[in-house]
Design a protein around this ligand. Sequence first.
Ligand code: ZN
Length: 427
Amino acid sequence: MIDRLLKFLDASPVNFLAAKQLSDALSQAGFRRLDPCEPLGKVKAGDQFFVTKNDSSVCAFRLGRKPMAEAGFRMICAHCDSPTFRIKPNAEIACEGGLVKLNTEVYGGPIMSTWFDRPLTLAGRVIVKGDDALSPRTLLLHVKRPLLQISNLAIHFNRQVNDGVKLSKQKDMLPLLGIITGELEKGNLLMNVICGELDVKPADVLDFDLYLADATPACTFGVHDEFISSGRLDDLSMCYAGLEALLAAPSGDTTQVLAIFDNEETGSQTKQGAGSPFLASLLKRIALSQSGTEEAFYQAVERAFMVSADNAHAWHPNYPEKYDLTNHPVLGGGPVIKFNAAQKYASDAVSAAVFAEVCREAGVPCQRFVNHSDVAGGSTLGNILASSIPLRGVDMGNAILAMHSCRETGSVADHEYCVRAFTRFFS
Ligand code: ZN
């Protein structure tokens, strides 16, 4: 099971590729890709389909034997974007000796120092000419070799480097791409890579959304191979656990929903983010198709339950003072229910009780997380979704170390626990 997760992580260096992996897996499992431009038509029990938005969000549905108005729906949601660096337009910067570096912009909140001195690559989407101006074509790009590196300043130029360094997003985070070997390459180094990889002509390339990605494959480590080392565990590990559970779960009375959103790391306020009506309008269309009234949608929402799955912080043995006194989940201790008195998380006693019972039924341990009261902590999808669809739900996730590092640390056992708990939830 863990090998499948590692493969998925390696094939998903950025949001667009993750959405493609999820879509391909759904198609292979017999889920129909629906074109949101077309009418939904009459849906029936057992139907399996999915819809994508912006090539970067995916919502999949397996309809239950009972209409949603009667049996509600069970939903797992997660996000497929992770902190990284976006390549700016006109990115090439020519330097001394023909060296070329790329201009970048920060996406989300990475631990920037973790991006230094490691082989990086490029991934994302490239937009090429289509039939007319309003219908360009999208090609996905994943350069599968080390292509760039952001190099540190030698310690001899900064003896205080180990006392902490303030980093400039604009000055320090620009990766080296190559050395120009001739006139023809001047200003074209990046375009040559894009065109070579995709087999397209420079004149056809209209624009791109390209990002830096770690070029080193995900792996397990530890005496018993009990840990996972990978970028983007937050939140691709939850996306993949949700997918495995959806594909493993039998169909039943209740509709099953897997909703994977883009742009959680920048606040979810995009057309493909959890703050948009994307999911709500799909649920409305299904409810209308089943029952013929909008009323059905509101009944479905009242009967539904959401698991908002986003990674949690594992207890770090080097920094115990950062954690709550009595609630500090550990690696390998099972899925984590997240609480926050200021309601940054959707969990309350009712929804936590539901999820803890699901874990118990699945034979899976479960833990609880609360921030150290002097630490602000993060937020996630649950309440953003609940603000447009008032769903009962829980915020949870597997515990990881070094969240938003280029290379996070997770637990093999937790992944297996999570898939079991999610499968039970859908069943
Ligand atoms: Zn996250």
